[in-house]
Design a protein around this ligand. Structure first.
Ligand SMILES: Cc1cc2nc3c(=O)[nH]c(=O)nc-3n(C[C@H](O)[C@H](O)[C@H](O)COP(=O)(O)O)c2cc1C
Length: 466
């Protein structure tokens, strides 16, 4: 059976049942789904949540919506073919290496494509038939937050990204594109005076999602990177609107097809951004919807914007690891930590000399976006933020902090007054080599080996839902 969102949910239920919640009760797509997620967040819990009875925009119940899937590294590990306990550096390496090794896709006939079970074209298109989630109080409308696909008209290379789409009418949505590859392709069509064809994927195996979220060279096909991350060729099928000029994933839950006209801009937003603040309203391109195809009883995937899964996709962790470990071979692990919404980077290393931490931090800084880089010794697990901050507390003094101004940053961070540059702080929280440090405390290793937790503490108290 080909991999899809359903095979993944079966894996999740089997391997990590404590990280998967089903909500059977009827619920509205307007703020109520996100209210449940907010309550979980407030309790420090981030399970994947499948809402099984959501009302669509016309008020009809019975739809399925899936949120928070990639809000945990254990679930990401499972998605990319690792064991859940391989969620640390193994995930970093797996995602980074997939980016370097695109693999072929395969095209299948329509009869073999579950996404074609239901097909709506032209005047039959009506976005109100779906539970588009309205997330935060001041959002400009309900938003899709998933994967837009477009194709470079010059080379035919497929590009995928997360791009939000704001519901505007039964067959129109609005976009907001930063100047990355999706936008560059739109501009190429615009220069030819043509509309840019797009397909929008609302749910697939999370390895597919992860591939779409990666920032790859313009010439790399994100579909082919998805083939690598999924561990099997991504199955594609002709679209209704553009036939073989725009292939779409055959095993997706739902695909929206359409085009961005070259010459129409409309007000878009506000939208609750990754920073935890709203972005303002602005003029954005629009998407005219030409067709919707979906599986029976589709599971529509949405990212909970401005919360943990929005910035958990590990897009640049691999590149930071590559640069830092090139500078300092003793680098053991890199974490782009949840607390910093992508801007806090923790590096652990086996230090040879006192200059190693700064060298590793500066190499990591060259990727841009980091606002705080903390370097720790290799006894610290950088995926446990409390451990990192313990090292800061007892191995660092504030007068040793380094601040570098004018490093590549983002205007979406509201504390930033420059549109593209911010300040970076580097903290070396490693034990100084130049003087002796006392010995760290630890329960005797022999006794730890002998005393098994499961023999003393009941199962349910051992598990922490993440
Ligand atoms: C949930 C989510 C929503 C996003 N929404 C947008 C968006 O609306 N516009 C945008 O330009 N980038 C958005 N991004 C970031 C892009 O997906 C990301 O920069 C991507 O690497 C761009 O890929 P591309 O270079 O192939 O266009 C979003 C990211 C996530 C995780």
């Amino acid at each position: 059976m080909p991999k899809d969102l359903r095979t993944y949910l079966a894996d999740l239920e089997r391997e990590l049942p404590e990280e998967f919640v089903r909500v059977e009760r009827e619920i509205s797509a307007e703020f109520e789904v996100t209210a449940v997620l907010q309550h979980l967040d407030d309790a420090g819990r981030f399970p994947a949540v499948l809402f099984e009875n959501v009302r669509d925009l016309s008020g009809r119940p019975g739809h399925r919506a899936l949120m928070n899937v990639v809000a945990s590294r254990r679930r990401i590990a499972l998605a990319v073919g690792l064991r859940p306990d391989q969620y640390r550096t193994e995930v970093t390496h797996r995602i980074a290496s997939a980016g370097n090794e695109p693999r072929p896709t395969v095209t299948v006939p329509r009869s073999d494509a579950p996404v074609k079970e239901f097909v709506f074209i032209g005047k039959d298109v009506d976005l109100r038939n779906f539970p588009i989630i309205r997330q935060h109080e001041m959002d400009g409308g309900p938003f899709f937050t998933m994967n837009m696909i477009n194709v470079d008209p010059e080379t035919g290379t497929y590009n995928g990204a997360f791009q939000r789409l704001m519901y505007r009418s039964p067959n129109e949505t609005g976009t907001c594109m930063a100047p990355f590859d999706t936008y560059a392709i739109y501009k190429r069509y615009q220069a030819m005076g043509k509309a840019c064809p797009i397909a929008y994927v609302m749910g697939h195996h999370p390895a597919f999602e992860l591939a779409m979220g990666m920032r790859l060279p313009f010439t790399t096909s994100e579909y082919e990177v998805a083939s690598n991350l999924m561990g099997e060729p991504l199955r594609l099928v002709e679209s209704e609107t553009f036939a073989d000029k725009l292939l779409v994933p055959a095993d997706a839950e739902m695909v929206i097809e359409g085009y961005m006209p070259p010459d129409v801009m409309k007000a878009e937003g506000p939208f609750g951004e990754w920073s935890g603040y709203y972005s303002g309203q602005r003029q954005g391109e629009i998407v005219k919807v030409t067709a919707i195809t979906h599986r029976a009883d589709p599971i529509l995937r949405t990212i909970f914007a401005g919360h943990r899964e929005h910035t958990s996709l590990g897009g640049w962790e691999g590149e930071i690891f590559r640069r830092a470990s090139q500078a300092v071979p003793g680098v053991r692990a890199v974490s782009v930590a949840p607390s910093g919404v992508g801007m806090h980077v923790y590096i652990s290393l086996k230090k040879r000399v006192d200059g190693d931490p700064k060298a590793a931090a500066l190499a990591a800084a060259s990727v841009g976006f980091a606002k705080l880089i903390i370097v720790v010794d290799d006894d610290i697990d950088v995926f446990q933020e409390e451990q990192v901050w313990w090292a800061v507390a007892v191995r660092f003094q504030a007068h040793d902090i380094d601040v570098i101004r004018g490093v590549k940053g983002s205007i979406i961070d509201p504390s930033n007054i420059h549109p593209t540059a911010h300040s970076l702080a580097i903290i070396d929280a490693t034990e100084a080599k130049s003087r002796p440090f006392p010995t760290r405390l630890r329960v005797p290793e022999k006794v730890l080996q002998r005393i098994k937790l499961e023999d003393y503490v009941p199962g349910r108290d051992r598990v922490k839902v993440s």
